[in-house]
Design a protein around this ligand. Structure first.
Ligand SMILES: [Zn+2]
Length: 385
C-alpha cells in the first residue's frame, strides 16, 4: 500500500486506502480528562501506530496531528521491517497540552490479560503498594480468539482475589495484522491506550510482562529496547507515567505464584488452545492421568498449560496427592513433547522450562530421561537458562 488516509472521529480511527478500510475504536466509556481531548490525542497516536503496522504505507494523510515524538516510534517500527519512514500530511494543528494530571509514585496500574504474568504483577504490586493503590486495566477485543475468555477470567479473578480497581477498555478492531506479526505494534499500542486510565487513577507506572524469554527476532513492540525507547518518548511528551516490567523467567514467575499465592493459580487463564479444541484434549488427561488435576481453563497439552502444570507439580503442596504413575505420565509426556517442540518453541521452552523439567525428572526418579531432554534439538536461547 503506497498511500492512505487516517481519519479520526472521537475514539475511532479509520485507515482508508483505495481498496480497504481498517478501523480501531474504543467502544466503552474511556478515561476522564476535561473534554476528552488528551485521551483522544493519545488514542489517535497509538491506534495510528497499530493500523500502520500491517501494510506500512509510504504516504499518510491525516485529519489530526501526528506528534514528532510518536513519529519517531513509527519510523523505528518501519525501520525494523526495513521500510523507509512514512511521509505524513497533517492538518495545521498546534495542539499542546500544558497541564497534565499529577501521578502518585505509590499508585500503579497493570496491563492485565488474566494470565500468570498478569497475576504475578498483581502480586508484586499488592506487596509493594497495597491492593487499593493498584488499578487493573484489561483491554478487551484486540485478541479475537481468546478475548471473551480472558475478560471472563479477569472478572472471576477480581471476584476471587478481591481487587477493587478494574477498568475494562473495550476495543473494536478490524486491523489486518494477524498471527505473531501483531507484535510489531501490539504491546506499545496496549500500553499507550492504557495511559489515560492510569493517569485518571493517579498511577505513575503501568506494569507489563517482562522480556526474559523473548526471542532476539521478536517483532518490534516485543523487544525490550523498544519499550525503553517508548519510555523515553513518554518522558519527552511530559506524560508522568512510565511502562514498568521485571524480567523473570516463565518458571520462576510460576514458582513464586504457586508458593506465595497458590489460591490465585486456580483461576489463571493461560491456555493457548482454542476452547473448542481444548475439549478434545482434556479427556486424554483424565484418562491417562486421572489424579493430575487440570485447572478449569486448561487443555493440559499446550506450552502454557505445561509450564503452569510443571510449576504446580514442583511447588504446590496440594499436588502431593497426585499418584506416582500420573506424575510419571505427565513428565514422560513432557519429555516427548519437549523433543518435538524444541525446534519450533525454543524461545519458550529451552530456558527455564528445560531447567525445571530436568529438576522434576530428578525429583521423581526419572533421571534416566534427562539425557533425552539434554540432547534434544538446538538450545538457541542460552541467555535465558
Ligand atoms: Zn493449554
Amino acid at each position: 500500500m503506497k498511500r492512505c488516509r487516517a481519519l479520526l472521529n472521537n475514539l475511532e480511527l479509520t485507515l482508508e486506502s483505495p481498496n480497504s478500510a481498517k478501523r480501531i475504536a474504543i467502544t466503552n466509556q474511556y478515561a476522564y480528562h476535561p473534554s476528552l481531548q488528551f485521551p483522544r490525542f493519545l488514542f489517535s497516536q497509538f491506534a495510528l501506530l497499530h493500523l500502520l503496522s500491517d501494510e506500512f504505507p509510504h504516504r499518510v494523510r491525516t485529519n489530526f496531528l501526528v506528534d514528532a515524538e510518536i513519529k519517531s516510534i513509527i519510523d523505528a517500527m518501519y525501520a525494523s521491517m526495513k521500510k523507509r519512514p512514512p511521509v505524513f500530511a497533517v492538518p495545521n494543528d498546534h495542539r499542546h497540552f500544558r497541564t497534565y494530571p499529577r501521578t502518585n509514585p505509590e499508585r500503579v496500574a497493570i496491563a492485565y490479560s488474566g494470565g500468570k504474568d498478569s497475576m504475578w504483577n498483581l502480586m508484586r504490586a499488592e506487596k509493594q503498594y497495597g491492593m487499593d493503590n493498584v488499578l487493573v486495566i484489561h483491554i478487551h477485543g484486540l485478541n479475537k480468539g481468546a478475548g471473551s475468555e480472558e475478560l471472563a477470567y479477569t472478572k472471576l479473578q477480581q471476584e476471587k482475589i478481591g481487587f477493587r480497581n478494574l477498568k475494562v477498555i473495550s476495543i473494536k478492531n478490524s486491523a489486518g495484522v494477524g498471527g505473531h506479526n501483531v507484535m510489531r505494534s501490539r504491546d506499545i499500542f496496549l500500553a499507550g491506550i492504557a495511559i489515560p486510565e492510569a493517569l485518571a487513577f493517579g498511577a505513575s507506572k503501568i506494569m507489563i510482562e517482562g522480556f526474559s524469554e523473548t526471542s532476539p527476532d521478536e517483532p518490534f513492540s516485543g523487544q525490550e529496547k523498544n519499550m525503553i525507547f517508548f519510555n523515553h518518548v513518554l518522558g519527552r511528551l511530559h506524560i508522568p507515567v512510565r511502562i514498568d516490567w521485571e524480567n523473570k523467567n516463565e518458571m520462576d514467575v510460576m514458582k513464586e505464584l504457586v508458593l506465595e499465592r497458590p489460591e490465585w493459580v486456580t483461576y489463571v487463564c493461560n491456555c493457548f488452545l482454542n476452547p473448542l479444541f481444548r475439549r478434545g484434549q482434556r479427556p486424554r488427561w483424565h484418562t491417562y492421568a486421572p489424579s493430575f488435576p487440570l485447572l478449569d481453563s486448561q487443555c493440559g497439552s499446550c506450552v502454557k498449560c505445561r509450564i503452569t502444570n510443571l510449576g504446580r507439580l514442583l511447588y504446590d503442596p496440594a499436588m502431593a496427592a497426585v499418584k506416582k504413575e500420573d506424575v510419571e505420565y505427565f513428565l514422560k509426556s513432557c519429555v516427548l513433547w519437549y523433543q518435538k517442540k524444541i525446534q519450533t518453541h525454543a524461545d519458550m521452552i529451552a530456558g527455564s522450562f528445560r531447567r525445571e523439567l530436568i529438576t522434576a525428572l530428578e525429583k521423581y526418579d526419572l533421571a534416566h530421561l534427562i539425557s533425552a531432554v539434554v540432547t534434544a534439538g538446538p538450545v538457541r536461547n542460552q541467555r535465558a537458562v
